[in-house]
Design a protein around this ligand. Sequence first.
Ligand code: T5A
Length: 220
Amino acid sequence: MSGVSGMLEGRRASRGRLITLEGIEGAGKSTVAVALREALESRGIEVCLTREPGGTPLAERVRALVLGHGEEPLAPQAELLLMFAARRIHVDNLIRPALERGQWVLCDRFTDATRAYQGGGRGMPADFIETLAGAVHPDVNPDLTLLLDLPVALGLSRAAGRRGVPDRFESEDVAFFERVRARYLELGRAQARFAVIDASRPLATVTADAVAALGRVLQA
Ligand code: T5A
C-alpha cells in the first residue's frame, strides 16, 4: 500500500472528527462551512455537512416547531428540551453513524448554541444544560469549534439582507443577541477546543483563518 493510500485507509478505519461552527445570526457559518468542506475533501477526507436544529427529516420537523411562530407560547424550558430532542435524533441517526464510518462531520451549530441562546439568551441554568448534554450525547462532542465572532449589529444586518419572515429567534431584540454573543465569547475563552475568528472582516480572510484552524485536527 502506498503512503498516501495507506494514510487514507487509516483515516477511513478510524473514527471521524466532529467540527462545529458557532456564532450569532449572520456570522457567516453556513458560508464558511461550504469552504471547509471543500478544504477537507481536497485532502481526501469524506465530509458530512449538516446543521442544527435539524439535520435529519425528523429533526427538521422539530426545527420547524421551535423556529416557527406557533399559536401557543413556548416556555424557555420547552424550547431547551426541543433543542435537545432534535439533537438526540440528529446524533443517533446521522452524526454518530457518520463518525463511526470515518467521515468528518461539519455541523452548523451544536450544543454551544444551546449554551449561548438558551443559557445566555434565555437565562436557563448552565448546570441543567450540562446535565442534558451529558445525557443526550455523552460520547459525541466537538473536536474543534470555530466561533465566528462579530458585533451584533453587523450580524443582524447581514442576516436581514437574505431572510424572509423573521423566525422566533430573529425576532428577538439586540439585548438578547448581546447576551448570546457574550456567552459564546465566555465559552471560547474557557475551552481549548475553540478557535475564535473575527468574522467582521472580508469573507476571504475569515475563510482563510477557518481553513487554517483545521490544522489543529488534521495533525491530531
Ligand atoms: N438555536 C440553535 C438555539 O437557540 N439553540 C440551539 O441549540 C441551536 C442549535 C437557527 C436558530 O436556532 C437557534 C439559533 C438560531 O437563531 P439558523 O437559520 O440555522 O437558525 O442559523 P442562523 O445563524 O440564523 O443562520 P444565518 O444564515 O443567519 O447565519 P450564518 O449561517 O452564520 O450566516 P451566512 O453564512 O448565511 O451569511 C449571512 C449573509 O452574510 C454574508 C453571506 O454571504 C450571507 O449573505 N456574509 C458575509 N458578508 C461579508 N463579509 C463576510 N465575512 C461574510 N460572511 C457571510
